[in-house]
Ligand binder design. Structure first.
Ligand code: FRU
Length: 440
């Protein structure tokens, strides 16, 4: 399935993190971690999808594949910038020191090393995997800076004084940290500083992202081993309103964080600026098993990130709202791609969307996917937000594999993977439900 609307899904086999998300020469480019040989994680490639509007996507095949010593076992996550009209990708190359004798696509006992690489494309379409790769940061040798194995996922940006990148790492596999590097020319990089929080914030910080908004900086990280609740997904993406000084690369991180999404399926988000200059985010939605069509992994709807005071909002991107322009009176009239439902949910009320339950209790929004999700041990079925502020409005995007509940214009979002949604919708109290689907 090459052309997709609403939610971008794996073209086949397996996808995880979004990579190299950028608006470049009139197209949004979204690369992603891709395993082309089966519906499971393995030797990582970068798949590539493009869109004019963040709504309709087209898969373009494989952009990066292992081809040099430093990335021979995988092209891990990374990011993109435009320089001189060219598309520049930075990413982590992985080299296994001991390959798993049972499986050439994984390594034995975490024996691998990581380097940071760059590849420049003239047009965003062609990637010279044979001759175009350059190692910009070799595997770390100083444990005081970061880990030789677990240092990855460079996010690059243009700052006041040249180029910067933030990398995820770990302090002795005990707690997560981020590293800052700076460069004048994209080729030579200098380590500048680091920041961390300590043992209660996960043992390794994956996929860091740092950006300035009108009301200050936001740090997004995906700490491994954050949750200790016994459920399957211990790794979660969180965001902090931080203070950051670009000159010294010093960062102050507060104690409190928000989850990027309270469904706890969303992981490894990455942001860029859209055509109008908004900060827009994409993220991987984890799935526990392949669909019956045989693919596994998808991406959330694009979200506009906004910091207001110390709260971080994730609004539904206006392009998506506008694309859902055809008003319908029943979900059976929706296009195959799904629909958007808008309604109010007050304390004590419940909505039912084809088997998926949304309730409001104790000032929180609670979802329950038991009826539309496989049963397995440790399955995360019920999600809930913190107490919400005043406001009752829910905007819900629904398709056969993903339900996204935007609460009070993005004060919080709950996104849940599902496996088939029925053709019904109801809200207690006979409330009015507005339904929209995509115009043809
Ligand atoms: C996050 C992650 C990244 C890594 C990539 C490998 O999901 O583990 O840290 O670069 O996935 O696929």
């Amino acid at each position: 399935m090459k052309r997709q609307r609403l939610h971008l899904k794996a073209p086949d086999n397996w996808v995880n993190d979004p990579n190299g998300f950028i608006y470049y020469k009139g197209y949004y480019h979204l690369f992603y971690q891709y395993f082309p040989y089966g519906p499971r994680w393995g030797t990582m490639h970068w798949g590539h999808a493009v869109s004019r509007d963040l709504v309709t996507w087209e898969h373009r095949g494989i952009a990066l594949h292992p081809s040099v010593r430093e990335d021979r076992n995988g092209c891990f996550s990374g990011s993109a910038i435009e320089e001189d009209g060219k598309l520049c990708l930075v990413y982590t190359g992985v080299r296994y020191e001991v390959v798993n004798p049972e499986d050439p696509h994984t390594c034995l006992d975490e024996q691998f090393e990581s380097a940071q690489l760059m590849i420049i494309s003239e047009d965003g379409d062609h990637f010279d995997n044979q001759n175009g790769k350059e190692v910009i940061i070799p595997p770390l040798t100083d444990p005081e800076i970061g880990d030789r194995t677990h240092t990855r996922d460079p996010k690059i940006w243009r700052g006041k004084d040249g180029w910067y990148l933030i990398l995820g790492s770990t302090v002795r596999e005990q707690y997560g940290e981020v590293l800052f590097y700076q460069s004048k020319d994209l080729h030579n990089w200098t380590y500048r500083n680091k920041a961390w929080k300590g043992p209660d914030y996960g043992w390794m910080w994956e996929c860091p992202d740092l950006f300035r908004t009108a009301e200050g900086y936001v740090l997004v990280v995906s700490p491994m081993g954050l949750l200790k609740n016994g459920e399957k997904e211990k790794n979660q993406s969180v965001c902090f309103p931080v203070e950051f000084d670009e000159t010294s690369c010093e960062m102050r991180i507060p104690d409190e964080y928000q989850f990027v999404d309270y469904g706890l399926d969303l992981y490894a988000p990455q942001t860029t600026t859209d055509a109008e200059g908004r900060r827009v985010m994409e993220a991987w939605i984890r799935m526990p098993r392949p669909t019956k069509e045989g693919w596994i992994g998808m991406f959330c709807s694009p979200r506009v990130v906004e910091r207001k005071g110390d709260h971080i909002y994730f609004h539904m991107h206006p392009n998506l709202k506008n694309a859902n322009s055809r008003k319908i009176s029943d979900v059976s009239e929706a296009s195959d791609e799904g629909y958007m439902a808008v309604f109010d949910l007050e304390e004590g009320e419940t909505a039912e969307i084809g088997g998926f339950i949304i309730k409001r209790e104790n000032g929180r929004i609670i979802t329950d996917r038991t009826n539309v999700y496989p049963a397995f041990e440790g399955a995360h079925l019920v999600s809930e937000t913190p107490e919400i502020k005043d406001g009752n409005r829910l905007e819900v995007l629904v398709d056969q594999n993903l339900v996204e509940v935007y609460i009070n214009d993005g004060e919080y979002v709950i996104s849940n993977a599902v496996y088939g949604i029925g053709e019904t919708i109801s809200v207690s109290g006979e409330k009015e439900i507005q339904l929209y689907t995509m115009a043809e």
